[in-house]
Write a protein of this length. Structure first.
Length: 557
């Protein structure tokens, strides 16, 4: 009888131990699962930000290669000082790290950092892949890490032509260290590896320029031939791979080996460049938590009910922690999107300010102080608008795309036309502006309308370059709840009214083919339409149609 009773007690203890092990394992699995869900959200954000940082500059070398002054640098028609200042202005205008021009032998003849001790001028990069690609008429893309600075840089190049011959290359350098610094503000380790598993971007400084696992001899030869990394610095990081399941990998970084993996990672691949983005999380705290939970459960068996309630509360807190973390991740993703949108929104007012400053210098030389004051007032208004956008980003209260909201199109048209007043006068262009009403609201905000009008007026001015009598008309009409904006010139007209809105299609030799495509996108996003035609009396005519905005702020007429 006593033996049977002792057996029952032992079985009961074993049952409780088994229940404790299952409970701790379930809690451990649940927490890891939650962390992986959060990691998937984070790594997608990291991948998108990296691709965006590169793609926004991808076609800049091609655009710069169409600039005759840039070509003059390669031909030697532009002196070194003028070349340096030109490239320096391009650098600050585009916010890239460096811009430089190489001759047909790969020697740098001009660079935006010409005035610095570490200037690229005189250095030869003929062996670098991006130079060879540019000289073959292709877009060159290459990344590498400085052998002494260990700063990752991405180079994009395109050939410079004189006639049909490629005489050199224009190269931009994007400093990925800024992106790396932003990533470092997060709690976990994030790395980007190349095809050889060598880390070139890392939030952990000790891992940069190292490999995950031993690197093969063939990979080392490739690294040497491509000048990507300093060979003597390539060493494996102090972790080893234990288990791999799809995009998830477990690593050992302690004396317990793979019995207690110390880190877990989830990966995303960027196929175009052969890169892999890894997001690491520390597992040791979770194993420690599991061990403590198991030990406490065994030692405090006599108060198992209390332990169970405590476990339940911890489980609730972990779920709440996950919810809070998902909310924060969502906010970070939204802020990243808002920052990208603002960078596009700032292009137009910055261009306007630049143009107004040039005009102001001319007016000051002629002592036209009243017009100078008008220009300064316009500059102030643009700065105030940009300040408002930044304030909106900080408050995270009014996130929207460029064409969202509403605005008085008549007021925006007056403001936009005033920006071009000096240019119109200089080119002897007769402007005719008429509106059927003083206040007409449309479902597009001021920034979107300014981009539309600025682009159409700029195109019209360029189209009128060869005309003796130059006329530009901007008409706004409201009828039966519909608003029509018509912009017409008396230039040569449009050769193709269908393809004119296609991306990268341009009738101008130096055009990018993006302006009207952007205009159409803004209009369609604000539920409007745009049509283009060659007017029967000659010249191009663009007609934009919206439904009148009837929302708040449209009460006055």
């Amino acid at each position: 009888m006593r033996v049977f009773q002792k057996a029952k007690i032992v079985l009961f203890h074993l049952l409780m131990v088994s229940v404790t092990i299952v409970a701790v394992s379930f809690l451990f699995y649940g927490e890891i699962k939650n962390r992986l869900i959060a990691s998937e959200l984070n790594i997608d954000m990291y991948k998108t930000s990296l691709e965006s940082a590169i793609y926004r500059y991808k076609f800049l070398p091609f655009i710069l290669s169409q600039n005759n002054r840039v070509v003059d640098i390669a031909t030697g028609d532009l002196d070194r000082t003028s070349s340096g200042y030109l490239l320096q202005r391009i650098k600050y205008a585009t916010n890239v790290s460096t811009v430089f021009v190489m001759d047909h032998q790969g020697t740098v003849v001009a660079s935006s950092n010409w005035y610095k001790q570490e200037s690229y001028i005189g250095k030869n990069y003929a062996s670098w892949p991006y130079f060879n690609a540019a000289m073959q008429g292709r877009l060159g893309q290459f990344y590498g890490i400085g052998k002494t600075s260990l700063k990752p840089g991405f180079f994009i190049s395109y050939g410079l032509k004189s006639g049909e011959a490629i005489i050199g290359a224009i190269v931009i350098e994007i400093n990925l260290s800024d992106l790396e610094e932003i990533w470092s503000s997060g709690p976990d380790d994030v790395v980007v590896m190349d095809v050889n598993n060598i880390i070139f971007i890392s939030t952990n400084p000790d891992w940069k320029n190292k490999s995950i696992g031993d690197i093969s001899a063939n990979a080392i030869k490739r690294v040497e031939s491509e000048n990507r990394f300093a060979k003597n610095l390539i060493q494996p990081v102090n972790i080893s791979q234990c288990y791999h399941f799809g995009s998830i990998t477990l690593y050992s970084d302690s004396m317990f080996g793979c019995l207690v993996p110390g880190k877990i990672s989830i990966e995303e691949r960027i196929i175009e460049y052969g890169w892999t983005v890894l997001h690491f999380q520390d597992l040791r705290i979770y194993f420690l938590f599991a061990f403590v939970a198991f030990t406490v459960a065994i030692l405090l068996y006599v108060i198992i009910i209390f332990a169970y309630r405590n476990f339940k509360n911890k489980h609730k807190r972990s779920l709440q922690l996950l919810r809070n973390q998902l909310v924060e991740n969502s906010k970070l993703a939204s802020i990243g999107q808002m920052a990208t949108e603002l960078s596009h929104e700032f292009n137009q007012p910055l261009s306007a300010i630049y143009m107004l400053l040039d005009t102001t210098r001319l007016l000051l030389g002629r002592k036209l102080y009243e017009q100078v004051d008008d220009n300064l007032a316009l500059i102030s208004s643009h700065i105030e608008r940009m300040t408002t956008q930044i304030s909106n980003l900080k408050s995270f209260a009014s996130r929207h795309r460029v064409p969202g909201g509403s605005a008085n199109i008549v007021a925006v048209a007056n403001s936009s036309i005033s920006l071009f007043e000096a240019i119109l006068k200089k080119n002897n262009i007769q402007l005719f502006f008429q509106s059927s009403h003083n206040i007409i609201y449309v479902p597009c905000n001021e920034i979107g309308l300014e981009q539309i009008l600025s682009n159409l007026i700029t195109n019209a001015i360029e189209a009128l370059a060869g005309q003796e009598k130059k006329r530009l008309s901007v008409l706004i009409n409201k009828t039966d709840g519909k608003v029509l904006l018509t912009v017409r010139d008396n230039g040569a007209g449009l050769p193709d009214t269908v393809r004119i809105f296609e991306s990268y299609y341009s009738t101008k030799q130096s055009g990018t083919g993006l302006g009207l495509a952007i205009v159409k996108g803004i209009i369609e996003h604000s539920h409007g339409t745009i049509k283009a035609r060659t007017h029967p009396e000659g010249g191009a005519e663009f007609v934009i149609k919206w439904q009148e905005w009837r929302g708040k702020g449209n009460d006055e007429r």
